[in-house]
Design a protein around this ligand. Structure first.
Ligand code: GLN
Length: 256
């Protein structure tokens, strides 16, 4: 009997030690708020040497950090393909998605969105000597988009054929190499690519591209987390922090 108790105690101690090492049992995970992102979208999220959250920096990363801090937690990031983010959220692999993600009706069918924190629009990146001046001019051109972005949906809705790339940088390289005529992508990210690459310019067409609002996604019905996120966003909007972050990271990302 005594032997059995001792054995049990030892086994229990071993299990507990293993738990501490692997952080199972949830105790240390409970202190981390895990955000999913696709760190290919400057100035909102990109990889750098010393970011707001580990190697991840940008407007969204600073917001995510603040949300965690306001709730006595630390922010963790899972970097994945943009297309995988909502599935990972539904699976519970991540707690929230912050990825310059436009709150669209289609996405609202599967997830809930926070208060919007940024307004953007799709724009066209073209070569400086391009004759494209409006979205209609894309009709007979070779169009590049990024897979799963709202830009792809816009071009699809216009009925144009296009080629979809996994990363913005890949689409822009296609453009600079003369293999495509126009890249449709979100405004702030387009600005970054134009300042990084010689010979490109932005063409806007507000009559063809509606404005879009970026928001943070949580699992449907997770009002507890949504309330926390909204509190921080509303505070950061009201006191001008998000504006300051937008200015700061646009300059930083452009200066790199
Ligand atoms: N705003 C676009 C979308 O929601 C692109 C976002 C992104 O690439 N991170 O599809």
């Amino acid at each position: 009997m005594k032997r059995t108790t001792k054995l049990l105690t030892m086994t229990l101690a071993a299990v507990m030690a293993a738990c501490t090492l692997t952080a199972c049992g949830g105790s240390s995970k409970g202190d981390a708020l895990t955000f999913g992102t696709n760190a290919e979208f400057p100035p909102f999220e990109y990889v750098t040497s010393n970011g707001a959250i580990g190697e991840y920096d940008g407007i969204d990363m600073a917001i995510a950090k603040q949300i965690a801090e306001d709730n006595g937690m630390t922010a963790a990031v899972e970097n994945m393909e943009f297309d995988s983010l909502l599935v990972a959220l539904q699976n519970g692999q991540i707690d929230a998605v912050i990825a310059g993600m436009t709150a669209t009706d289609e996405r609202r069918e599967t997830v809930d969105f926070s208060t919007p924190y940024y307004t953007a629009t799709q724009v066209m990146i073209v070569k400086e000597d391009s004759d494209i001046t409006s979205a209609a001019d894309m009709a007979d051109k070779k169009i590049c988009v990024i897979q799963g972005y709202t830009g792809e949906v816009c071009v699809q809705d216009m009925g144009y054929t296009y080629e979809a790339f996994k990363k913005g940088t890949e689409a822009v390289m296609e453009l600079t190499n003369g293999k495509c005529d126009v890249v449709v992508i979100d405004s702030a990210t387009a600005q970054k690519y134009v300042s990084d690459n010689e010979g490109l310019k932005i063409v806007e067409d507000p009559s063809a591209f509606e404005s879009e609002e970026y928001a943070i996604a949580v699992q449907k019905g997770n009002t507890e987390l949504l309330d926390k996120i909204n509190k921080t966003i509303e505070k950061m909007l009201a006191d001008g922090t998000i504006n300051e972050l937008a200015v700061k990271y646009t300059e930083e990302a452009t200066a790199e």
